[in-house]
Design a protein around this ligand. Structure first.
Ligand code: MD6
Ligand code: FE
Length: 216
């Protein structure tokens, strides 16, 4: 019985290097899913996902919310981290313990020990939603990695270089995959291609991505 469990976990825990400090951990979040889904629901009950406006005046196709001490927001005035949800004026929901332990375990598995995230940005995609190429550079501390968890429908992740025009790798991400990157890859451009409608057995026609950061 023991050896069977060990064997099964080795199959799902494939670690693929996509850069000197970047890894895809295939299926790493699968053992956490039964804890994550109710925790996501609880976060969204306090702070629903909403479509925010970029400084350029575009409404994002992805709906987002946050948990943890700090939350990422955007409006016409710019991108920033805040301690309160601008929609309610209340602090962002606490980071659920299952979120935090998954983030720390994944960071450690990718070689980043002692990751202490203080922000978790949760993105909800429906078919057609996308994330244009961007850098994550609104955080104070670029020495910490980012841990990104994908649930639900598959997506194609674009992993570019340090300049917007650099060629991107196309990396398919499935339910349960975790991407971790830091070090010299921390500021690479990245994005998500428009989602196809390939309904997921548990989550239907949506993809949920959450990314953990050390923002403050
Ligand atoms: C997404 N992810 O996967 C969008 N950012 O839906 C991101 O923008 C992202 O996956 C920084 C690090 C990892 C990510
Ligand atoms: Fe990002």
């Amino acid at each position: 019985m023991m050896s069977f469990d060990l064997f099964a976990s080795e199959i799902v825990d494939e670690r693929i290097s996509i850069g000197p400090g970047a890894y895809v951990l295939r299926g790493f979040a699968l053992p956490y899913v039964t804890q994550l889904l109710p925790a996501i629901e609880a976060v969204e009950q306090q702070a629903p996902c909403r479509h925010m406006v970029t400084p350029g005046g575009f409404t994002m196709s992805v709906a987002l919310t946050n948990c943890g001490r700090l939350g990422w927001t955007t409006d016409r005035r710019g991108y920033r981290y805040t301690e309160t949800d601008p929609a309610s004026g209340l602090p962002w929901p606490d980071m659920p313990p299952s979120f935090r332990s998954l983030a720390k375990e994944a960071a450690t598995a990718a070689g980043f020990d002692h990751f202490e995230p203080d922000a978790c940005l949760l993105n909800r995609y429906v078919p057609g939603a996308k994330m244009s190429l961007h850098q994550d550079k609104d955080e104070q501390d670029f020495s910490a990695p980012i841990v990104s968890v994908s649930l639900g429908m598959p997506a194609v992740f674009l992993f570019g270089g340090h300049a917007r025009a650099d060629k991107s790798q196309r990396i398919p991400l499935q339910h349960g995959d975790v991407v971790v990157w830091g070090g010299e890859d921390r500021l690479r451009f990245h994005g998500i291609l428009p989602l196809k409608d390939q309904p997921h057995p548990l989550l239907g026609s949506q993809r949920i991505n959450f990314t953990f950061r050390k923002a403050g």
